[in-house]
Design a protein around this ligand. Sequence first.
Ligand code: ADP
Length: 166
Amino acid sequence: MNKIELIREDITKLEVDAIVNAANKSLLGGGGVDGAIHRAAGPYLKKECETLGGAETGQAKLTKGYDLPASYVIHTVGPVWNGGNNNEEELLEKAYRNSLKLAAMNEFETIAFPNISTGVYHFPRELAADIAIKTVRDFQQDNEFPRKVYFVCFDDDNFNIYNQKL
Ligand code: ADP
């Protein structure tokens, strides 16, 4: 079985154990993929998020998926790109790794990542894809779960970048 798969989809449509949300530190919803996930999950997602106390950049926290086809949401905070000398690369790697750790701890078979930080947070897309792919491959070498990781690309640009790299 292929352990990584690239798909071009709206992440809110996926029937997986967990989808990852590219959240902001408040964990209370926002624009982009975050807004789409909150809209599709319904208001109880925000209620649960209100109990989490926010998150630092690179951290990840788990909630249920409510009205989503996915069972759970892993909320992680990617770094805002700020020139590249502010630990951005390490923080993006942490966001992926901490999300994967939550999936492993909960023995999730399937998890789907959006292209964290590459929207309004302006992380360079090629670099973000390299970090995402390497972090997932390294993790999968040492861990049984998650068995399958989907990279979900919503825009053509990211899809083409991932397609080439994978
Ligand atoms: P960030 O603040 O981390 O940059 P954004 O939500 O602005 O987060 O963008 C992250 C990525 O999510 C972008 O590549 C964008 O194309 C993608 N995206 C936006 N909506 C969706 C969606 N419904 N499903 C999957 N990916 C999405």
